[in-house]
Design a protein around this ligand. Structure first.
Ligand SMILES: Nc1ncnc2c1ncn2[C@@H]1O[C@H](COP(=O)(O)OP(=O)(O)OP(=O)(O)O)[C@@H](O)[C@H]1O
Ligand SMILES: [Mg+2]
Length: 580
């Protein structure tokens, strides 16, 4: 019920339009109800042989028909607009909210589930708010007006004719109650199905490479089956209730034909009034039958609304400071981590444990360490993508929590280990962080990242559209575009996560040269696996189990750190193997 009230709240900005559409619905209903009454008058006129009256009535019926037509078209236009506007509002709210949530939230989410909430669930909310509500209103009004007309003509007969109405209402609500859990489940299953489809599509390379189409298809089939099974439960309910709801007023019709027919024979009812009665009843069958379905729509919208609100109510775990501090102008990008502990949600061990690190402005630090030692975790703290449980991270002496995240991230450019490219042109991808960059700036960044050469060979050069996740490009090409994207912003701090691991030796050399140039004047943290990359750094830090195990230059570390020696020897052994 609370969910339902909250859904209605989304109509508040459109109060005027909602009231107008209710008014139009009421007038259209009045026109509809007038037709059976006019029919009754026509029958009386026929019996009395009153020709001129018949003409008037016929014109009135046609007039009522036209009025109803015009009113209904207008009502639909108004209601349709409201319903789409509500959908736009909900979409924007949901999307803004999602993008405002911290990265850690997305780690625990299935993309498909989020997508289904943003599409299927919003759709069902919109349907109900736009059409369902007006429909219920119209059905209720039709019943009420027909009842008034009947009571005016013959209260006794009206009581007989309307006797089934309470049962219809009762059965409709019962249907709604029974259908709710089933419909809630349907929405949930659709969410799972969407998640399945999403994984199949984004994981298509793995699926194909291991020829596991059959398994994926099997999984998918089971999801489809579950949606089918759940939908069948609600379909079965509807299969019974819909016709049943239509059947009840027919009982009333039978009673009216019997009792009203006798009254006519006795002379206590005119043939016209008798006709009005049963025409009204025939007219009621439709709205009564759909009352159940519409209440079902309401239940479905409530179930969907609950799923959407669940997301909207998830408060952002990371908030921007109310009065942000500015980073000092012209700061060289000094990085300090003080006693930092990072423990991911649901992980058994902390990824970083009491870590201290100080990187002097304008210098380059290479981070080395075994896989899982916390290298990526460390650098993601700098741009506050994650928040440490303990300790502080400072950029140029300012705690990153006190800086506006947008300003902070404008000063730190990240090239991560699996760069994501948007489905846009190469130039747009490079200029992503600075859409106002000129074509010259874009090309200059590409040249410095050694990307210009291959970009020019693409069918449309910088205007070539690359696919989602840049699937049309190779791993090394994607990395070079990501480097170009980082360079376009001219950041204080540059972070390269494994940035050169998937390029060939000559490109690597070229990128090295470029990096040496771009590292000038800014602090760079490079997560390195190769000696050639390590060689670019002023200093090297060795990470082990979430801590800095050793720090120094190459020669010092070779002497002092067994772990570093091991890393170097493994790399050298690898080279000798290749050479042999
Ligand atoms: N988003 C996350 N949620 C939960 N745990 C995570 C997350 N990211 C990393 N971890 C865990 O934290 C630890 C450190 O991971 P991290 O990615 O920092 O390692 P890494 O040194 O970058 O390794 P690699 O060299 O393989 O990239 C690992 O045990 C990893 O499983
Ligand atoms: Mg990593």
């Amino acid at each position: 019920m609370a969910v339902f009230r909250r859904l209605l709240g989304f109509l508040r900005p459109y109060r005027g339009a909602v009231a107008l559409s209710a008014l139009l619905a009421a007038l259209a209903t009045a026109a509809t109800v007038s037709i059976p009454w006019l029919t009754g008058r026509a029958v009386d006129a026929v019996q009395d042989g009153a020709r001129s009256e018949l003409t008037t009535i016929a014109l009135a019926v046609a007039g009522a028909g036209v009025l109803r037509l015009v009113l209904t078209v207008a009502r639909r236009l108004v209601a349709g607009r409201v319903s789409l506007s509500v959908q736009v509002d909900l979409r924007e709210r949901l999307h803004t909210h999602l993008l405002g949530l911290e990265l850690a939230f997305f780690d625990g989410q299935q993309t498909g589930q989020l997508m289904s909430r943003a599409t299927v669930d919003l759709q069902s909310v919109r349907f109900f708010l736009g059409y369902g509500l007006v429909f219920i209103l119209q059905a209720a009004l039709t019943i009420a007006l027909a009842a008034v007309a009947m009571v005016i003509i013959q209260p006794g007969l009206a009581a007989i004719a309307l006797a089934p109405v309470p049962f219809v209402v009762w059965a409709s609500f019962r249907y709604g109650r029974q259908a709710r859990p089933a419909l809630q489940e349907v929405q949930q299953r659709i969410g799972e199905l969407t998640a399945d489809v999403e994984e199949n599509v984004s994981g298509v390379r793995v699926v194909k490479a291991f020829a596991r189409e059959a398994r994926q298809y099997g999984r998918f089939e089971r999801s489809v089956g579950r949606v089918f099974g759940q939908s069948m439960i609600s379909t079965r309910l509807r299969a019974f209730y819909d016709p049943f709801l239509g059947f009840l007023p027919q009982l009333g019709l039978a009673a009216v034909l019997l009792v009203g027919g006798r009254q006519y024979v006795n002379g206590s009812l005119t043939l016209g009034d008798f006709t009005t009665f049963y025409t009204l009843l025939l007219m009621l069958i439709g709205p009564m039958r759909s009352l159940g379905t519409t209440l079902g729509l309401a239940q479905r919208a409530t179930a969907s609304g609950a799923r959407v609100f669940e997301l909207l109510d998830r408060a952002p775990g990371m908030v921007a400071p109310v009065t942000p501090r500015a980073l000092p102008e012209g700061g060289g990008g000094r990085i300090e981590l003080r006693d930092v502990t990072l423990h991911y949600d649901g992980a058994s061990l902390p990824a970083l444990r009491g870590l201290d690190l100080d990187v002097a402005p304008g210098t380059t630090l290479a981070l080395v360490g075994a896989t899982g030692s916390g290298k990526t975790s460390l650098v993601s703290l700098l741009s506050r993508l994650y928040e440490p449980q303990e300790g502080a991270v400072l950029l140029d002496g300012v705690d990153v929590r006190e800086v506006d995240p947008t300003a902070l991230r404008g000063e730190i450019a990240v090239v991560d280990d699996s760069p994501f490219l948007f489905s846009a042109t190469v130039a747009q991808n490079i200029a992503y962080a600075r859409p106002d960059a000129t074509r010259e700036e874009v090309e200059a960044a590409a040249r410095r990242a050694q990307a210009d050469g291959f970009v020019r060979e693409l069918p449309e050069g910088y205007d070539t559209r690359v696919g989602e996740r840049g699937l049309t490009l190779s791993g090394g090409q994607r990395q070079r575009l990501a480097i170009a994207r980082a360079l376009v912003t001219d950041p204080r701090v540059l972070i390269l996560d494994d940035a050169t691991s998937s390029v060939d030796a000559s490109t690597e050399q070229a990128i090295k040269a470029a990096l040496r140039e771009v590292m000038e004047g800014r602090t760079t943290v490079v997560i390195a696996h190769r000696l050639s990359t390590i060689a670019l750094a002023d200093e090297i830090a060795v990470l082990e189990g979430g801590r800095i195990a050793a720090r120094g230059d190459h020669a010092a570390l070779l002497a002092a750190s067994p772990l570093y020696r091991e890393i170097v020897e493994t790399e050298l052994a690898g080279r000798e193997e290749v050479a042999a």
